[in-house]
Write a protein that binds this ligand. Structure first.
Ligand SMILES: Cc1cc2nc3c(=O)[nH]c(=O)nc-3n(C[C@H](O)[C@H](O)[C@H](O)COP(=O)(O)O)c2cc1C
Length: 376
């Protein structure tokens, strides 16, 4: 039986499945439920010092369904970070760590471009016992209007400065969460790692418009007849997330060995998780999948991942982490490889046609057969 446990930046987890920041980690009650069901770690919903500025609307989700209207492929949200009071969160972080001292609780934090605010949020969260931080530089809606979230994540210089403030204040591991709404994800990755962050988490949601209602002509989700672009998640984003994780893992492998990657984006099965791990992820996060299938789904995903590992005789996650990265190359190299493969196949088939015994000579192919037997 495969061993699913992982130790990432010194954090010991029973399996690599982590609740991604969002509704599934939005208060102590649901975080406790996640631990009870067996999740490897939980990242709480993003908190900031002043929740009074966070005002959510309803509806705030829009979904893309298959033709049968049952399966959900894509999920847009225009939800903000947590609207719960920071002092309430501090109490709940303490309560959770008292009740689950051995389980990994990660605080997701976000602040404005203000050094004192970042230092205060880091110090107050770590004092109540959380195990690590995830820095939310990636919320694509609402917060950028206040120069928070993706507004920072899209600016590698700003990111390096803010990560530097956090790294100077923290005593616990820090993951920087990337926005995918940028052309080259390697740039903010390098800035965060250069500033000393222990790991990268990617991806947050992709800026999107889920659709337009053809009866009302209003884009969705419609709030009093209007909307604003939101963040896209669920399995439709998985190929984009896999590509970005591959790029980040390559930077880590080549330039920052030992730093870690938490892969996120459309993960719903153990097989999905295996692909992120094969492309260099140490852990995988699930957010929308929990909203679709519930907390108990972690057991199914662990069974599926375990079956994949048994099939390949992998004993631990480390045994196959990053193993598929070696199969990426340039298109030019693909053309060269294919030309060589064709030439090799031609040579092999010519060799195969060589006359081995006198009885094999045939009148029709006589010249070709004679030629094949020549050495020049
Ligand atoms: C409704 C909703 C709320 C979210 N809220 C947050 C948040 O507060 N902080 C954060 O870092 N990411 C947030 N996310 C992003 C997720 O953590 C995750 O990065 C993204 O949804 C992709 O993963 P998934 O396809 O498994 O959901 C939210 C996602 C959804 C769907």
């Amino acid at each position: 039986m495969a061993d699913l446990s992982v130790t990432v930046n010194g954090l010991k987890m029973p399996n690599p499945f982590v609740i991604g920041s969002g509704p599934p980690g939005t208060n102590a009650n649901v975080i406790g439920k996640a631990f009870d069901e067996g999740w490897g770690a939980v990242i709480a919903k993003t908190v900031s010092l002043d929740a009074s500025k966070v005002i959510n609307v309803a509806p705030r989700y829009g979904r893309l369904r298959g033709n049968d209207r049952k399966d959900i492929f894509g999920w847009e949200n225009i939800e903000l970070i947590s609207d719960r009071d920071f002092d309430v969160w501090i109490d709940e972080f303490k309560q959770i760590k008292d009740k689950y001292p051995d389980r990994i609780l990660i605080a997701s934090i976000m602040e404005e471009y203000n050094k004192d605010a970042w230092i205060e949020i880091v110090e107050r969260c770590q004092d109540c016992g959380v195990d690590a931080f995830e820095l939310n530089f990636s919320c694509p809606h609402g917060m950028p209007e206040r120069k928070m979230g993706a507004a920072m994540g899209e600016d590698p210089e700003l990111l390096e400065e803010v990560c530097g403030w956090v790294m100077a204040a923290t005593k616990i591991p820090v993951w920087a969460k990337m926005t995918p709404n940028i052309t080259h994800i390697e740039d903010p990755t390098r800035s965060s790692l250069k500033a000393g962050c222990d790991g990268i988490a990617a991806i947050n949601t992709i800026r999107s418009v889920i659709g337009v209602n053809l009866d009302t002509l209003r884009p969705e989700p419609s709030v009093e007849g209007y909307t604003t672009p939101g963040g896209y998640s669920c399995k439709a984003v998985r190929p984009i997330a896999l590509r970005m994780c591959m790029e980040i893992a390559t930077v880590i492998k080549d330039e920052y060995p030992g730093r870690t990657l938490s892969g996120i984006g459309g993960i719903e099965t153990g097989e999905d998780a295996a692909q992120f791990i094969l492309l260099g992820s140490d852990t995988v996060q699930v957010c929308t999948g929990v909203m679709k299938y519930g907390y108990a789904h972690v057991k199914t995903m662990c069974d599926q991942l375990s079956a994949f590992m048994d099939k390949h005789n992998f004993k631990s996650i480390e045994d196959f982490k990053g193993q598929s990265l070696q199969y990426f190359t340039t298109h030019t190299h693909l053309v060269e490889l294919q030309a060589k493969a064709k030439a090799d196949a031609k040579a092999a088939s010519a060799k195969k046609k060589m006359v081995a015994k006198d009885a094999e000579w045939s009148g029709d192919d006589f010249v070709k057969q004679s030629d094949a037997l020549g050495s020049n």
